[in-house]
Design a protein around this ligand. Structure first.
Ligand code: ACO
Length: 400
């Protein structure tokens, strides 16, 4: 039986650790690509390795970035990524040990991740806080009456010219949009990495830029006996005004030789609302950002709340036991104070469900309907659930 150690990697070790990651993700041939893509992020991250003797058999990275929360504050979070354990060392507790090292009480109060498999992270206190919607839209359709679009101002720019422009636009967009993440140079490089593997038979990324937004997309050339059936896959769509939204969609919907657009957008994305009938856009929802409150007492006050609240919650949290117990939550003027208490609880919940509700995307009332939040005082769930909502559905479209 192997004895394992988990420790922080040196930067040199972290850059070469990509082989473990590539193999665990079943894309052994992508190790060099992973190394190149991740190298700029290494110096800004906590890089962890799990070892059997001298052999690295697992790893994880924690990037500290900012997350936009309800009310618009940019809150530092521990972004957990690149989690991998070699298949011949799996299910021996290495992920659990990596998670302990990645989520110390002294770190950021909030952690976030994208899960490869949804069954993995609930046990560590992560809940699904945002979802994405996959849209499939036929091209050449008119917008509903009343929509103003001017696609004549949209310009296709080469990548080098587009990058500084789109970075400035993204920063403006991310300022108040709940669920968006701040991006360092390395995050931009990672998100816009463009190789034969990521192209998968499609064009390199193209950049269509409007003065108030942009779309990065790939085109797929498809020709059938009935003529052209090309496809556009949207990589990132960012618009800072309704005019930019409509104009950029008009531009994409009119590209010649294309019959379908695929887009992973917000659940309440304007796209479907621009169309004459929202059913024209086929929609499928799926999990996006998972959130964990590593420190409930520090994390809950970082966001704003919609309505006043005065409740005692009992929280279950075996993985971060400092959160477990009863907390008196009071919201006044949009701000929450959190104090430890012995008073009888008005409601009980698991910390993962508080994480799910943290950005206002998951309703505690819906979790209560499933029996996952338990109410002891009538009205307590609805009061906290309503207070935690956000103006729009939170959205994170950047897999990191
Ligand atoms: C944020 C991200 O980076 S997401 C990417 C995650 N990585 C991957 O999916 C790559 C492929 N998979 C792997 O590398 C590994 O299987 C990991 C990292 C998912 C799990 O690592 P392991 O060392 O096997 O996990 P560990 O032994 O600590 O398991 C802890 C618990 O999680 C459970 N678990 C682990 N992986 C899974 C899974 N894929 N599905 C369901 N349960 C799981 C274990 O059964 C165990 O449960 P228990 O506490 O009830 O006994």
């Amino acid at each position: 039986m192997d004895t394992y150690t988990v420790r922080e990697l040196t930067q040199a070790e972290a850059v070469t650790a990509s082989g473990v990651l590539a193999r665990a993700f079943l894309i052994d041939s992508a190790a060099d690509e992973f190394a190149a893509k991740e190298a700029p992020l290494v110096e800004h991250s906590l890089n962890l390795g799990a070892f059997a003797g001298d052999l690295q058999v697992g790893g994880a990275q924690v990037q500290v970035r900012d997350l936009c929360v309800p009310g618009g504050a940019q809150v530092p979070f521990a972004g957990l990524t690149s989690v991998a354990v070699a298949s011949d060392h799996r299910r021996r507790g290495l992920l659990t040990r990596l998670m302990r090292a990645a989520l110390p009480r002294s770190g950021p109060a909030v952690s976030a991740l994208w899960a490869s498999e949804s069954a993995i992270y609930g046990r560590f206190g992560f809940g699904v806080a945002t979802e994405l919607t996959h849209y499939t839209v036929p091209t050449k359709i008119a917008f509903r009456p009343g929509v103003t679009a001017d696609s004549s101002v949209v310009r296709e720019l080469p990548r080098d010219e587009a990058m500084p422009v789109i970075r400035a636009l993204y920063e403006r967009y991310a300022e108040g949009r709940v669920g968006t993440l701040s991006r360092l140079d390395g995050n931009w490089g990672y998100h816009y990495y463009d190789t034969a593997r990521t192209q998968a038979g499609r064009t390199p990324l193209r950049f269509a830029v409007h003065p108030e937004g942009y779309v990065a997309y790939r085109a797929q050339h498809v020709w059938t006996d009935n003529g052209p059936r090309g496809r556009l896959d949207v990589h990132e769509f960012i618009a800072t005004t309704p005019q930019a939204t409509a104009s950029l969609w008009r531009y994409l919907l009119d590209v010649d030789l294309v019959s379908t657009i695929q887009y992973e957008g917000d659940p309440d994305d304007p796209l479907a609302l621009l169309l004459p009938d929202t059913r024209v856009a086929l929609r499928k929802r799926f999990h996006a950002l998972h959130i964990r409150l590593v420190d409930v007492a520090a994390g809950l006050p970082l966001r704003q709340y919609l309505t006043p609240v005065d409740v005692v919650v009992e929280i279950d949290d075996p993985f971060c036991p400092w959160n477990a117990g009863r907390w008196h939550l009071v919201v006044d003027g949009g701000r929450m104070t959190v104090a430890s208490t012995d008073a009888a609880p008005d409601l009980e919940l698991d910390v993962r469900d508080l994480g799910a509700a943290y950005l206002g995307g998951t309703r505690l009332s819906a979790l209560a309907a499933a029996g996952l939040v338990r109410e002891h005082t009538a009205g307590a769930v609805a009061a906290l659930s309503n207070a935690m909502l956000a103006d729009r559905e939170p959205s994170c479209r950047e897999v990191f």
